[in-house]
Design a protein around this ligand. Structure first.
Ligand code: SDX
Length: 354
């Protein structure tokens, strides 16, 4: 047996494989296939960046058009599925989406077309599940672009700043070997199918330490009117050794470039929004007191709240974007595969007679 290597708990800072899709890099800038993600968010459409993540290069117009058409033509839900959905009746939206994505009757052509079908259906499954949970009428997507159609499925009102939502979707697309992506790669390494691998990733993303508890972010921000409130809140949580959602990161120890980008986007479109002002106060105090940066979820929650998106959709928004990153990782894992099966240090009973 080759010698075993003991590594830190949670695989912290352990390099387990190579990837060419993204890196939070030495520069501290999140790079998607070498381009700065925040620059892509500013200058490109969601579909262009999704294509880049999956294919490794930005699309020509001749490549972008069929890519968009493929997504659009799959953004429909068969009647038969609605019947299944009414049987699932989950109260929790992420559990419902996780079940729906597994149950859906895809046209099984090849793995990439299965991913395209899942990517196109996720926003609909999200919206339809919410309608069934809330007993509200089913929405039909409006608009032409992917994120515009998705936005129309999860809000009841137009907001002229919907492009800020598209920028957030771009920043959620991919983030190297985070927990849910790694769960997908473990599944892919066994040669399971794309639907099963995405189900494993969704189940992992649902955990609050990874997917964040954005509703908690909004709750605590709404109770903060001034610096004193911010300090009292942070001190209280730290004293009780409780984690504050929207802060800390395994990789970003100084700053999460996505959080800074969304913060500045909010400063442009909603500088006096109470939750934005409160978030900055908490961010400043958390960094001063505990040296912990805000992660993307802090300002993502504030932006989506400002855009009229209900907090039940925050994690599904993350998932409906990240599935394109999972798409890229599924094929990258298969391109140079070895089943992922680590060792363990046994600390149980010595061998004994029955
Ligand atoms: C994302 O991995 C990714 O790439 C994730 C993500 C992606 O795009 O996929 O970037 C998505 O970043 C959203 C993360 C959403 N989760 C939260 O906001 C939940 C709160 N955050 C934490 O649970 C935590 O920060 C983690 C899980 C994100 C990171 O945990 P680590 O790297 O294991 O760090 P740790 O738990 O060892 O904490 C180190 C210290 C500890 O203090 P001490 O015990 O050393 O005194 O920092 C403290 C922790 O208690 N700490 C926090 C804290 N996060 C860490 N203290 C208060 N509040 C927090 N949020």
């Amino acid at each position: 047996m080759s010698e075993e290597i003991i590594v830190p708990k949670g695989l912290a800072n352990v390099v387990v494989d190579t990837t060419s899709i993204a890196t939070t890099g030495a520069s501290g800038n999140l790079l998607y296939r070498g381009y700065r993600a925040v620059e892509l968010a500013e200058k490109k459409s969601f579909e262009e960046v999704a294509y880049l993540i999956i294919n490794g290069r930005l699309p020509t117009q001749n490549e972008l058009t069929p890519f968009k058409n493929e997504l659009n033509s799959n953004m429909v839900i068969d009647e038969s599925v609605l019947k299944i959905m009414n049987m699932v009746k989950e109260k929790n939206l992420m559990r419902s989406i996780r079940s729906m994505i597994s149950l859906y009757p895809y046209k099984m052509n090849d793995d990439q077309s299965t991913f395209t079908q899942m990517e196109a259906k996720m926003p609909l499954l999200t919206s339809y599940s919410a309608s069934s949970i809330n007993g509200t009428p089913i929405k039909t997507p409006k608009g032409v672009d992917f994120s515009q159609k998705f936005y129309s499925l999860i809000t009841d009102r137009e907001n002229k700043n919907w492009k800020s939502f598209e920028k957030l979707m771009i920043l959620y697309l991919e983030h190297e070997f985070n927990a849910s992506t790694f769960a997908l790669r473990v599944a892919a390494s066994t040669l399971t199918d794309p639907v099963s691998a995405v189900t494993a990733a969704l189940a992992t993303l649902k955990g609050p330490l990874h997917g964040g508890a954005n509703s908690e972010v909004l709750t605590y921000l709404s109770g903060i009117e001034n610096e004193k409130d911010a300090m009292k809140f942070v001190e209280g949580k730290l004293e009780k050794k409780e984690k504050i959602m929207g802060f800390g990161h395994r990789v970003y120890k100084k700053r999460d470039p996505r959080a800074l980008f969304v913060r500045e986007e909010l400063r442009k479109i909603a500088p006096t929004d109470q939750k934005f002002v409160a978030a900055e106060m908490v961010e400043n105090y958390m960094f001063e007191k505990k040296g912990l940066p805000a992660n993307v979820d802090l300002y993502a929650a504030v932006l989506m709240d400002y855009l009229g998106i209900n907090e039940m959709f925050y994690l599904p928004v993350f998932a409906c974007s990240r599935i394109f990153g999972w798409n890229a990782h599924y094929f990258e894992q298969l391109s140079n595969n070895k089943i992922i099966r680590p060792a363990s240090q046994y600390i149980g009973e010595e061998e004994r007679e029955l």
